[in-house]
Design a protein around this ligand. Structure first.
Ligand code: PBG
Length: 327
């Protein structure tokens, strides 16, 4: 006789817990960000992101081997050019750093899925994601440069184009340019819902892309808004996006959930630099159990609606999963 429900029956031992588990993480879910830099012999750890380095191409091989051995789903490339200018020429240069990296990866690791982040901010001397005129970030002039960047990345071997600039109309501009260049089968993974967030601080150290004046609030989204994310997703899909990114991840579980309910396409959460650094900082003090927290965070993103996760924890998490942690 029972007059209450014994929920604990299904949690009583590890086999039962495994049997009823709703969400599972796998290394394939992860996308590992790689910072590639011009030069030789560089493996330069980013001060605010312990364990994450900027690599010159001659030292990239072992990391790619690891990504492959751990069966991590994909890598996403960010470039740090030798020189920056007002129009971000390094982003679409034939021998730009991302283009060189893509060629290198295709030669040495042809089976790896390579995503190219498309944006100008790492390549502009003012640090903004678009062309600047009279102190304003001008939308329409920027589109052509983004489209050129996308085409040159694909020519170099990038498999998936991920525009992160947040200019309006860039998905359409990129789709048209790719199609005209004959790349009709190259998908676009759009950063559709990208918020103007304090969580990008460490990334900007890594890429040297902090805006030299003002901020990104005229193009990235206001963290106060959820409906707006739905409109961004809707228009990007209408323009031809094949997959959607929500970014940042941890404070945006509601957005992930709403996007996944509405958009019938793969949804990717970007577990950004500041979210990584918080965990690493607490772990270095011995205040938290890093493995446990990382796996819990990644699991929660999947539960919130993410099909895939861009994360700096990818290699560690893949190792822990292979060891059978977090069961
Ligand atoms: C480029 C870009 C940024 C990030 C990804 N692509 C920086 C920004 O928008 O300032 C941030 C990633 C991270 O914080 O991990 N626009």
């Amino acid at each position: 006789m029972s007059d209450f429900i014994r929920h604990r029956r299904l949690r009583n031992d590890a086999r039962m817990r495994a049997f009823v588990r709703e969400t599972e993480l796998s290394a394939r879910d992860f996308i590992y960000p790689l910072f590639v830099i011009e030069g030789k012999g560089i493996c330069d750890e980013i001060a605010s992101m312990p364990g994450v380095c900027r690599y010159s191409l001659d030292l990239l091989g072992p990391v790619l081997d690891e990504v492959e051995a751990l069966q991590v789903g994909a890598v996403i490339l960010f470039g740090i050019p030798k020189e920056k200018d007002s129009v971000g020429s390094g982003a679409y240069a034939e021998d730009g750093i991302v283009q060189q990296a893509a060629r290198f990866i295709k030669e040495t690791h042809p089976n790896l899925l390579v995503i190219g982040d498309v944006c100008l901010c790492e390549y502009t001397d003012h640090g903004h994601c678009g062309v600047v005129r009279d102190g304003e970030i001008v939308n329409d002039e920027t589109l052509e440069l983004l489209a050129k960047t996308a085409v040159s990345q694909v020519r170099a071997g990038v498999d998936v184009i991920a525009p992160s600039d947040m200019m309006d109309g860039r998905v359409l501009a990129i789709r048209r340019a790719l199609d005209e260049a004959g790349f009709i089968n190259v998908p676009i993974l759009s950063y559709a819902a990208k918020y103007a967030s304090g969580f990008y601080g460490p990334f900007r150290d890594a890429a040297g892309s902090t805006p030299q004046f003002g901020d990104r609030r005229s193009y990235q989204m206001d963290p106060a808004n959820g409906d707006e994310a739905m409109r961004e997703v809707e228009s990007d899909l209408a323009e031809g996006a094949d997959m959607i990114i929500v970014k940042p991840a941890l404070s945006y579980g509601d957005i992930l959930w709403r996007v996944k309910q509405k958009a019938a396409c793969p949804v990717v959460a970007y577990n950004v630099s500041g979210e990584y650094s918080l965990v690493k900082a607490a772990a270095s003090q011995g205040w938290i159990d890093e493995r446990r927290l990382v796996l819990e965070i990644l699991l929660s993103l999947k539960r919130s609606g993410a099909d895939r996760i861009i994360t700096y924890h990818a290699l560690d998490a893949a190792k822990w999963l292979a060891e059978g942690e977090g069961r």
